[in-house]
Design a protein around this ligand. Structure first.
Ligand code: NAI
Length: 348
């Protein structure tokens, strides 16, 4: 039987979780955010005072036991995604989980196996760029043949330089720069080039902030990937941009090129002054993708209300993690050219 209003809970009320919670409370149709969970008491106090959420929990099991819950949004630290997703499925709930699904392939495959045992429940991982109107338009245009056959993609995820205590804490549970940042570009390569990443080579380092290197991570990386169908993808991730958040992607085809997000300007205003002719830049991923996050959340709720399956499957997220692992092995384990691990060998 179709539901009329989804009763949702959320785990994780950090930088992104607060955005989700606000969207679920004020902007998404067909959902009522009734409960929230975080390890931080002050975040729960914020949920009570700013959003009027009566039921807040410091313990995830307690959230799952909240009476009447239909779905849970997982926006917690990456290392928690798979255990929390599995626990939610076992509690009979639908699940939306932020990217990346997991850090290891074994974890991702376990999540898929548990989801397969709960076929009537949705388990979705968010790759927000697919919901961005510019990326979605590029996908439509490619399907209509505008640039012929796409065979190459160059994509970057570039964050403003904001090395700070919170970021050094965050990287410890994030899986590293490929899992955390380039995972978006990996998903775009799979989406636009319609193939799986097979062979990778990555280079990079902690060029500006040695603290990232000391944490086993990097502040700038590049990668070249060959897909199973021979198509090529190149990625750049950076944590050190002076100008702002600068996500952009080029899809190169036999008859043309589509550039998505090439100008990271915050508004359609040019400033002409003693520094020259310039535009201010968006500063955060959320400023750039606010609309896409809203559309993504609405789509998940609509899927539940309409009994529709979402376009993204858990397998898409497993594939993205698989490529991130190969890229990490290439750079951080010094393995050079790396082949992705065939999933069927792991599935036994
Ligand atoms: P954060 O560190 O600011 O917040 C983490 C939250 O998770 C906190 O509220 C913390 O209390 C909670 N948490 C952690 N472990 C928990 C546990 N065992 N039980 C209950 N709560 C727990 O992190 P941030 O930046 O908000 O990122 C959260 C997730 O969102 C990450 O997985 C990240 O990859 C993803 N993300 C996705 C973005 C995108 O563009 N799609 C952008 C930013 C983050």
């Amino acid at each position: 039987m179709l539901m009329s209003t989804i009763q949702a809970g959320i785990v994780g009320l950090g930088r992104l979780g607060k955005r989700y919670a606000s969207d679920l409370r004020w902007r998404v149709r067909g959902v009522s955010l009734v409960a929230a969970c975080s390890l931080q008491a002050e975040e729960l106090a914020w949920a009570r005072s700013e959003l009027g959420i009566a039921h807040t929990y410091l313990n995830y099991e307690a959230l799952l036991n909240h009476q009447g819950l239909d779905a849970v949004f997982i926006v917690s630290s990456t290392s928690q995604h798979v255990p929390q997703l599995i626990a939610a499925l076992r509690a009979g709930l639908h699940v939306f989980c932020e990217k990346p699904l997991g850090i290891t392939l074994a974890d991702c495959l376990q999540a898929e196996a548990v989801a397969a045992r709960h076929p009537t429940q949705l388990a979705v991982v968010g790759f927000v760029r697919r919901f961005d109107p510019a990326y979605a338009y590029a996908k439509q245009q490619i399907a209509a043949g505008l640039i012929g056959r796409p065979f190459m993609l160059r994509s970057q995820t570039v964050d403003v330089d904001a090395v700070a205590g919170f970021q050094m804490e965050f990287v410890k549970s994030s899986g590293g720069i490929f899992h955390d940042m380039n995972v978006h570009d990996i998903d775009l390569a799979r989406w636009f080039l319609q193939s799986e990443i097979q062979t990778v080579f990555a280079a990079g380092g902690a060029f500006k902030h040695p603290a990232f290197g000391e944490a086993g991570d990097a502040d700038n990386v590049v990668a070249t990937c060959v897909m199973e169908n021979g198509h090529i993808a190149q990625f750049w991730a950076s944590r050190t941009a002076a100008h702002g958040h600068d996500t952009q992607t080029e899809i190169i085809g036999t008859e043309g090129v589509l550039c998505v997000g090439r100008n990271a300007a915050a508004q359609r205003v040019e400033i002409l002054d003693r520094y020259g002719v310039r535009q201010e830049c968006v500063q955060t991923f959320y400023e750039r993708f606010e609309q896409a996050f809203l559309l993504q959340t609405q789509d998940f709720i609509d899927c539940l209300l309409q009994g529709r399956r979402p376009a993204l499957q858990l397998r898409d997220a497993t594939r993205a993690t698989q490529a991130a692992i190969a890229l990490s092995a290439s750079l951080f384990e010094g393995k050079g050219v790396v082949q992705t691990q065939p999933l069927n060998e792991l599935e036994g």
